[in-house]
Design a protein around this ligand. Sequence first.
Ligand code: FRU
Length: 482
Amino acid sequence: QETPEKYRPQFHFSPKANWMNDPNGMVYHNGTYHLFFQYYPEDKVWGPMHWGHATSKDMLHWKEQPIALYPDSLGYIFSGSAVVDVNNTSGFGKDDKAPLVAIFTHHNPVIEKQKTGLHEYQSIAYSLDDGKSWTKYSGNPVLPNPGITDFRDPKVSWYEPQKKWIMTLAAKDRIAFYSSPDLKKWSKESEFGADAGAHGGVWECPDLLPLTHDGKQVWVLIVNINPGGPNKGSAGQYFLGDFDGKTFTAHSKETKWLDWGADNYAAVTFSNTGNRTLLMGWMSNWQYANQVPTDPWRSANTISRELGLKTVGSELYLTSVPAKELDAIEMEGYTKKNLSVKAPVDLAPKGGNASGLFRLDLKTATADDFELVLSNKAGNELLIGYDKAANQYYIDRSRSGKTDFEKGFGQKHTAPRFSKDSKIALTLVADVASVELFADGGLTVMTDIFFADTPLSGLGIKSAKGIKVEELQYNALKPSIE
Ligand code: FRU
């Protein structure tokens, strides 16, 4: 099946052509999810950044739209966020129409060459036609550079108790919080993180959001970091704590990881989604993003995930599970109960699943070793399993197809299991070129991309010591791209 687009994801967003990185400005507005993204429309490698644009009703069927923001005299358009300015605090609204306001980093390549380190600052733009056309604010930048080399990726949200906007900004090795009454004037509130968390790389693309747990509000601070991730390169860490409109106070200075796989970076949440908290990331890694063997585009995003909180003993964790919209693209499938597994058991549906697109939910009777094998006739194998001795989940893509475009790509990735449950519950979501593993209700998550020579239509399970699978549900998934 040698089509030019054989690695094209079928229900994950990928641009029709050319380079994409971080999701930007994700916002739900008038019944539509908007995704903007770091985009270079002239080549398949990173270049002068624009904001590409796509829209969707369900975060699965995406329609690519014309480019939303182009570089200008102030610089390239780096990552940022978008809000619906419901109260028209910015004054950009017209005739009762609330403006969509994008808050982004201008990265100035001319100043960058002068090596003053002052080349990143924050700017805004607004749209009165649902994100179709944007006007950049004449007073840009709204937040000049204070002398910090990496000063970018503003994530803005409304803080209702004090009726002000909060900007969460990556400032090299820490997070800086700013506030504003109108999205135009910003004052610094505080900093977090110089002495907390992982510092194997620069801090980028943060997010600050409240979740409710046991009737109490807990604030989540997401901080993406590159490099320095748990399985090399880029990854997302998070802190849980309190936020009082000024300062974020973490319960612990230790890092927890949002996703232990190699391919979920710059993940942040959608704005304006009511009581749902929906996260989406860039499904790649700076280690090899510019080299992956796709053509004529590079990169896709993860599926949308709903965030929650869960305690294990006295420890609180962020959980992510597939957003429920995924259910709607489920096709025919089957259920199995009380399946004894030792030697490989074939789990592929009768007649096979040529596309390789599926969702598998299973629950084991005990927390013992098992391994799922996704395979094809070309001899490619992707291994996903649980190793009891190490108490780790893993994804091994070393023999998953094309891996030679970067020396670190073809490796096995591991993630700790946090759950103390005697049973393992997991959900696996497979597309043409990615697998997303949600274990123990989303306590451990792993996202990995791969490039199989043909779709991984085969699926089996085995267990060296033997294991009982109490319940298993398999469903093929429907492609959602045109
Ligand atoms: C993260 C990042 C951001 C920056 C953007 C540039 O992947 O480096 O910090 O704004 O990409 O494209």
